[in-house]
Design a protein around this ligand. Sequence first.
Ligand code: ADP
Ligand code: MG
Length: 326
Amino acid sequence: MNLSDLGEFGFIEQLRQMASGAAPGLAVAIGDDCAIIEVGDDRLAVTTDAMVEGRHFRLDWLTAREVGARAMTAALSDVAAMGAAPQYSFVSLGLPPDWPAERALELARGLVEQAEAHGAGLAGGDTVAADQAFVDVVAIGRCREHLWLRSGARVGDGLYVTGSLGGPAAAVDARLGGREPGACWESYAHPQPRVREAAQLEPLGVVHAAMDISDGLVQDAGHLCDQSGVGIVIRAAQVPVHTGVAQIAERLGRDPLQYALSGGEEFELLLTAPPGALGELQAAVAVPLQQIGEVVDGGSVVVLDATGSEVRPPVAGWDHFRHRTE
Ligand code: ADP
Ligand code: MG
């Protein structure tokens, strides 16, 4: 069996079973956006995210500075998804020795700028030579009063999402298809972690469960189901699709909704909170928030169209070993 048969999540599950998880103060181990570590009276949220040239980024599409900022965004987004405040970051870089020094420095600049914009000072890292560039970012945040776990969803909750979806995936498809990505490009090249929104929403105390959308809405909602022991209904007509997606989808002969259901690297927050919480949640943040479904009994994600018929996305999201998951 190859890794592509096992799949990224099959591998992680076996790895999780190997690890005892028994370490003093380790309150949440493998399975959430961050691990939670208790240190004295504080709780720290810790995550690491890696990106590899050719797999996660292309230097003919993005500047090195953009690559650095995106890598930092991925890690900071996981901290925000715990309702926590980023505090520190560490960066390990693998760089080809024949790179222009200026490119490497621009990559570093993107990392540092994005870290500092969100309160996560660069505290260390490692630098090695590599045939293909890679960036791995560790982010550490301080948890607030309410911890947002993937396991907190309750039957009856509403399912809410920040911002709009599908832009990054549509932008990539446009570029691959030789088309102009238009308005979607910004969402792909300059995604922002929802650090401020987490800070504004956490004090409300109404969020039961949260994660960030990094691998595709349907697939990531599936992780909420697994961790919370619930089902989720997503109402396709309510899913906010990035305004630039329709044009790209039309030109490529694709369904715009699929980009929003299964596109990755969104870095939007997916939240559950009591039904009727939308007004309170929306009043706390500037970014648009939308209720896109409900938490129900069951164990999996069902997507329904406006008539109540089930929509079966051809792919649920991103699997690093399979590229796309069913
Ligand atoms: P996210 O998309 O939020 O970064 P992932 O899907 O990458 O989360 O990972 C899911 C969970 O599996 C996380 O808790 C992560 O820490 C854990 N995980 C992934 N890869 C490894 C690994 N190589 N070793 C230990 N834990 C891992
Ligand atoms: Mg995450």
